[in-house]
Design a binder for this molecule. Structure first.
Ligand code: B12
Length: 214
């Protein structure tokens, strides 16, 4: 039997972006579970890439090609799992905070939320507090999801929450935070409503927030 997960993991680690789509399609066609594909192949590969970068074995260009490959693979999975857009459970605005260009985790969270029936508006990366607040005012989402992958950009999350407070918007919106360096303690410290360690936890949180409002 072909070890689909291992092929895909290796393709991401090696940055084989030309073959990734075909590999993922083949795996899904063969009945590989999309969640296992995301967790045990795509995310597992990025963990290894991150470790190798941390150890100085690879550098930014290699990390970037792996990221592009991972994103291409994720797109294929997304096409298969995102369901009917009409059954909206609520609106979520997602963004990576200012100074931070990492978007794979945010995209994954957005995709899983869409799959779970939420309407997701993804504002992208490097979002300033001002821009975020403007968007929250105009979109009026039930939930704001903030992502940060750098220890240096984590404080931006607190700035966003403080500004929501200053502008009298804090009690109108639930804020959830996540990203590799973020944890529950930090989330509580900055006054977020919730922390999710991964996309599945993000969906759980969003469901809970909506249930609490009902
Ligand atoms: C890919 C990558 C890049 C790519 C990003 C491409 C892209 N489009 O995203 C590129 C090459 C651009 C990059 C650049 C840099 N990177 Co980088 N990068 C990574 C790497 C290898 C993987 C990140 C990733 O995608 N992981 C996979 C996803 C699925 O996981 P995730 O993001 O954690 O998301 C999950 C959860 O955290 C959670 N989640 C995420 N967001 C949210 C939001 C909410 C609301 C919730 C509930 C949950 C949630 O759910 C997700 C799904 O399970 C990490 C190492 C690592 N293992 O984290 C380093 C890493 C984050 N990078 C690092 C560094 C240092 C940099 C650079 C400064 C390098 C440089 N010298 O230029 C720059 C910074 C650029 C910038 N201004 O942002 C360091 C950060 C160290 C630190 N302590 O801050 C790391 C940890 C690598 C290392 N070991 O040193 N990077």
């Amino acid at each position: 039997m072909i070890d689909h997960l291992n092929y895909i993991k290796e393709a991401v680690i090696r940055g084989n972006h030309t073959e990734i789509k075909a590999l993922v399609e083949k795996a899904l066609d063969a009945g590989v579970d999309p969640t296992a594909l995301i967790n045990d192949a795509l995310i597992a590969a990025m963990d290894i890439v991150g470790r190798e970068f941390g150890e100085g074995k690879i550098f930014v260009p290699e990390m970037l090609v792996s990221a592009v490959t991972m994103k291409a693979g994720l797109e294929v999975v997304k096409m298969r799992i995102v369901g009917d857009e009409n059954r909206s459970r609520g609106t979520v605005v997602m963004a990576t905070v200012k100074g931070d260009l990492h978007d794979i985790g945010k995209n994954l969270v957005a995709m899983m939320l869409e799959g779970a029936g939420f309407r997701v508006l993804d504002l992208g990366v490097d979002l300033s507090v001002e821009k975020l607040i403007d968007q929250v005012k105009s979109i009026q989402p039930e939930i704001l999801g903030l992502s940060a992958l750098l220890t240096t950009t984590m404080p931006e999350m607190q700035k966003v929450i403080q500004e929501l407070q200053t502008q009298g918007l804090r009690d109108k919106i639930k804020v959830m935070v996540g990203g590799a360096p973020v944890d529950r303690v930090f989330a509580e410290k900055i006054g977020a409503d919730g922390y999710g360690a991964n996309a599945a936890e993000a969906v759980e949180l969003a469901r809970r927030f909506v249930a609490e409002r009902a």
